[in-house]
Design a protein around this ligand. Structure first.
Ligand code: HEC
Ligand code: HEC
Ligand code: HEC
Ligand code: HEC
Ligand code: HEC
Length: 361
């Protein structure tokens, strides 16, 4: 990983100037591709040959620190880094009563804590095995054989491909399943989907939430269903993506709800009245969208727009980060520190309390 950094710095410097066009790379081919897996001077490329003749591959190219200071900004036109070379500052979250400043992680968090050459804690992220990022960990909890045919039992996770989250899961291989997406020219729906998650809808923050704020966030597609027994959402919500491998946690009669009571924490339902009516932005922002425990909406809106309480929907990523976090179960905040009557981080609407506003005493 370290070895591909030199090439990456070059790529980053050269792609930074590009326009704000989303999910469509620009710049010289040689910034990102190598025709013979060499460094241009005849030496074998550090890290070896990668798919689609790319320099660095998925993991190498997406490894770096998201910050303006070193020119490797995750601003529009840059590379969104989801793995780091040193422990990144995680957030947004509250710690010791104050909002963590200079956050380096993006909307999906980071693989740093789970990465075997980094934090090496298998519980803190998805154990993605592409390019040796992690070793195989375990099967997906809540996986149903019936409707997760492509993602099979005991199979290691990859970035994309049949065992991955990005790309077309009916196509094997990281590069083949995402082919052309970076150029906005895939022959399937992958490049038009939210973050190359095939078929998933949403509005993308141009900087991948590098500077998450109420006026700068992704808008996730969610379903405003009244009970959780059916998966009638067309498969385009962010929670249905998670449900593709963790089906029992998302839908099903007598698995998520028995029609009267919740049997698992609900997702894809609108925040009802009661304590949820006090769901709001973090204290130093105004509006209704909490960047620490975000909600989805039935109709994704411009990322700069606000959401209303009436259409706020719980999603899997209201509580989890898709890639990883410093915390067990890739949670957005430290669950171990959430206790009734004592708000974590010294702030009333942090973590679970963002929605369960009457449970913090
Ligand atoms: C040569 C470097 C490079 C390689 C290799 C690479 N990426 Fe990317 N990736 C980028 C850049 C640059 C962007 C930002 C594109 C943009 O939105 O301007 C990006 C964006 C993305 C995004 C976000 C798309 C969006 O909608 O914002 C995803 C997801 C992604 N890459 C996944 C992958 C996967 C999976 C692989 C391996 C199959 C991969 N990348 C390989 C450079 C790379
Ligand atoms: C900023 C990085 C970047 C630049 C610049 C870039 N590419 Fe790519 N390209 C990628 C990545 C990453 C992939 C692999 C993932 C994918 O297909 O989305 C890719 C895939 C491809 C593919 C295979 C997928 C397909 O559509 O068949 C071709 C061909 C390709 N690039 C050609 C080019 C050419 C020609 C240029 C110069 C005009 C170029 N690329 C410039 C990043 C880049
Ligand atoms: C392509 C299949 C797939 C998809 C899609 C998927 N997961 Fe997973 N998930 C897995 C597998 C396999 C594991 C077990 C291995 C591991 O921990 O990495 C897992 C583990 C987890 C864990 C437990 C981590 C641990 O180590 O205890 C959580 C939490 C989780 N996933 C949440 C999510 C969320 C939230 C989403 C949607 C953003 C999602 N998953 C989407 C396959 C998937
Ligand atoms: C309200 C917050 C919340 C929501 C929403 C949520 N989770 Fe979780 N999830 C947690 C917490 C907290 C844990 C760890 C403690 C526990 O299991 O009680 C967890 C654990 C998990 C695990 C690991 C289970 C295990 O026993 O190892 C997986 C997998 C998972 N969640 C997936 C999902 C998926 C998929 C969704 C959406 C369908 C989802 N979660 C929605 C809070 C949530
Ligand atoms: C994004 C908002 C949101 C977050 C964050 C959230 N919840 Fe929930 N939770 C809900 C909603 C909405 C319900 C369902 C309420 C209903 O149907 O009346 C619910 C239901 C529950 C229930 C079952 C209550 C019942 O009505 O049967 C428990 C227990 C619970 N949540 C615990 C947690 C814990 C623990 C956390 C933190 C890990 C958490 N929740 C985070 C929105 C949230």
């Amino acid at each position: 990983m370290k070895t591909s950094r030199l090439g990456l710095l070059l790529i980053v410097t050269l792609v930074l100037w590009s326009s704000s066009a989303l999910a469509s790379v620009s710049g010289s081919c040689a910034n990102c591709h190598t025709m013979h897996a060499t460094d241009g001077a005849g030496n074998t490329l550090a890290g070896g040959a990668k798919g689609s003749l790319t320099i660095g591959g998925c993991v190498g190219c997406h490894t770096g620190n998201n910050e303006d200071a070193d020119g490797a900004s995750a601003g529009a036109g840059g590379v969104p880094y989801v793995m780091d070379t040193a422990e990144p500052t995680y957030g947004p979250e509250y710690s010791g009563g104050t909002l963590v400043a200079n956050v380096q992680t993006l909307a999906g968090g980071s693989f740093w804590w789970v990465g075997k050459s980094a934090g090496n804690d298998a519980t803190t992220g998805h154990n993605v095995t592409t390019d040796g990022l992690c070793d195989f960990d375990m099967d997906a909890p809540g996986r149903r054989d019936g409707d997760q045919t492509a993602f099979s039992s005991g199979a290691p996770l990859t970035c994309a491909g049949t065992m991955g989250c990005h790309g077309d899961r009916s196509v094997a291989g990281d590069y083949a399943s995402i082919s052309g997406a970076h150029h906005g020219s895939s022959s399937t729906t992958v490049d038009d989907s939210f973050r190359f998650l095939d078929g998933i809808a949403g509005t993308e923050a141009p900087d991948w939430e590098y500077a998450a704020a109420i006026d700068n966030h992704n808008s996730y597609k969610a379903q405003a269903r009244s009970e959780a027994s059916t998966m009638s959402d067309g498969g385009d919500t962010i929670s249905s993506l998670c449900g593709q491998c963790h089906g029992d946690f998302h839908s099903g009669t007598d698995t998520v709800s028995d029609g009267s009571a919740w049997l698992r924490h609900p997702t894809d339902i609108v925040l009802p009245a009661g304590e949820y009516a006090s769901y709001a932005s973090i204290p130093d922002e105004s509006g209704i969208y909490n960047i620490i425990a975000p909600v989805g909406v039935a109709t994704p809106i411009a990322s700069t727009a606000d959401v209303t309480l009436a259409n706020s929907v719980v999603t899997c990523i209201s509580c989890h980060r898709a890639h990883g976090s410093p915390y067990a179960d890739l949670l957005r905040w430290d669950y171990a520190n959430i206790s009734a009557g004592s708000p974590i981080g010294g702030v009333d609407n942090n973590g679970c309390f963002a929605c369960h506003t009457s449970k913090d005493g």
